[in-house]
Unconditional design. Structure first.
Length: 216
């Protein structure tokens, strides 16, 4: 496995390219991180974090919720986007303005102008939680990029190829980093290594990831 040696805290404003159309914008969310965290708490108060079940019946380690018009869900019937939260029976909370603005601007910085996300998946990782290699492919078209914002504890992100077995880069993602991938790199496999317990400031032993997509 190739390692992009980016441990330690890279300089805010640095750009680490993982592939021609995949980049980590270092510290891109730092200036609005407190506002993002307040908004995350408000979303979770309306649509609680829950561990979803895969179609195969396995419980997903990451706890999730959503905001925006569409929310990603998984259960025994499959993976899909829905307008209602199956737990509350209500629409997902609206996407906070600071979320949409950051996602739009980060996408443009990464070479994807005009990104208008309609879905934001909020994922919570605790120490030991991992996310196995997968492709994001439940969206209607793959023309729009994925924008992924890291908050709280650092994680080792895996960014691979178009086959599950392709070698993957390991990249440390810190509080405030924003990863963006799209175009020819939109369907690359990616995942997260089991989290080490290194508590970070306000969030303690938690990592929150916001994944913005154009799903519908
Ligand atoms: C994801 O692939 O949906 C999340 C990636 C991350 O948590 O950094
Ligand atoms: Fe993903």
């Amino acid at each position: 496995m190739a390692t992009l040696d980016l441990f330690g805290s890279p300089a805010e404003g640095a750009r680490d390219w993982l592939a021609p159309q995949a980049v980590v914008l270092r510290g891109r969310a730092l200036s609005c991180a407190d506002e993002l965290l307040d908004a995350v708490a408000a979303v979770i108060a309306q649509a609680p974090l829950r561990q979803m079940v895969t179609p195969g019946g396995l419980t997903i380690a990451v706890a999730s919720t959503n905001c925006g018009v569409l929310g990603w869900t998984s259960d025994r019937r499959g993976y899909r986007y829905s307008r209602e939260d199956p737990v509350t029976g209500r629409r997902w909370p609206a996407m906070p303005a600071c979320f949409a603005q950051l996602a739009r601007q980060a996408a443009a910085d990464a070479g994807f102008p005009g990104f208008e996300p309609d879905a934001c998946l909020v994922n919570q990782y605790l120490p030991g939680t991992r996310l196995s290699l997968h492709q994001d492919k439940n969206e209607r078209d793959f023309g729009a990029p994925i924008v992924s914002v890291s908050l709280g504890m650092a994680a080792v992100f895996l960014f691979g190829g178009h086959e599950r077995a392709d070698r993957a880069f390991k990249v440390n993602l810190h509080h405030g980093d924003v990863a963006v991938w799209g175009g020819a790199d939109r369907l690359r496999y990616h995942g997260v290594m089991p989290l080490e317990d290194a508590p970070y400031a306000q969030l303690g032993s938690r990592r929150i990831n916001l994944t913005f997509r154009k799903a519908g």
